[in-house]
Ligand binder design. Structure first.
Ligand code: DGL
Length: 276
């Protein structure tokens, strides 16, 4: 791609970094604004109504101040509930990240799949519909874990990930009668590719691991090729934006310097709804 598209990649936390890695590999010229709604983290335990309102609030503020060419909602928890309203509210192309159930079902020989997501994602009617549409011939063991999200956040802040804590979080899978027949694991939370080595160690046997990262990068390219980018001023450096200024952002700086070097800012959300 000759021009440098400006891509806004949004998540509740560090999960977006797994998607940003894939986008930058696929589109090396892209300029990324990484937006973390750390002020409302974690998304996985929030109600659908709360998430729809919050995602709208945050994206409005971000789009108004950064004018991206495309938005990637790099969060399964938000995408599986808020994509229709996001698409209705913004006129620029939107890419959502949803559980990669279809490729997992195609890859599985045993037709027994594990799906690791947040508590919200495994509850969603959207996820259940994906299973009915694309994995009707599979048994799907779903694990909704808030702890694994926290462990990924900790890892990116340079803390060690306790293997026992990973196994503990995976107990519902390890104790499932179907576990021995599982041959494919769907990482249905963008945080989880960041702890894939730790997950693989905890599950102790060769498995297919499927996440949405590469497919999202391909989708971004496809949408950007649909119509020429408008003539306008674009940023010439990557940037990270957080909705809350706190010590955790400081602790993330070394990883950000590796993953996405550039300035760090804090978003100004509309006062009217700031307490959401
Ligand atoms: N990274 C998000 C996802 O893909 C969720 C993390 C959270 O619970 O905030 O679902």
């Amino acid at each position: 791609m000759s021009i440098s598209p400006h891509i806004l990649v949004f998540d509740s936390g560090v999960g977006a970094l797994s998607i940003i890695g894939e986008i930058r590999r696929a589109i090396p010229t892209s300029i990324i604004t990484y937006a973390s709604d750390n002020g409302f983290f974690p998304y996985g335990t929030k109600t659908e109504e709360e998430l729809i309102a919050r995602v709208d609030l945050v994206l409005r503020a971000l789009v108004a101040e950064s004018h991206p060419d495309i938005i990637v909602v790099a969060c399964n928890t938000a995408s599986t509930v808020a994509l229709p309203s996001v698409r209705a509210n913004f006129s620029i192309p939107i890419v959502g990240v949803v559980p990669a159930i279809k490729p997992a079902a195609q890859l599985s020989s045993s037709k027994v799949i594990a799906l690791l997501g947040t508590p919200g994602t495994v509850r969603r009617p959207y996820t259940h519909q994906l299973i009915r549409d694309f994995a009707a011939d599979c048994e799907v063991v779903m694990v909704g874990s808030r702890e694994l999200v926290e462990l990924a956040e900790r890892k990116l802040r340079g803390k060690t990930v306790d293997p026992l804590a990973v196994r503990e979080a995976l107990t519902p899978l390890l104790q499932s009668p179907a576990y021995e027949r599982v041959d494919t694991v769907v990482l249905a939370c963008t945080h989880f590719p960041l702890i894939r080595p730790e997950l693989a160690q905890a599950l102790e046997r060769p498995l297919h691991w499927v996440d949405s990262g590469e497919a999202i990068a391909r989708r971004v390219i496809h949408l950007l090729q649909q119509s020429p980018l408008p003539e306008r001023q674009r940023p010439n450096e990557h940037r990270s934006v957080f909705t809350l200024d706190c010590a955790e952002v400081e602790a993330l700086k070394p990883q950000l310097a590796d993953h996405l070097p550039g300035p760090i800012n804090f978003a100004r959300l509309a006062d009217r709804q700031a307490e959401i």
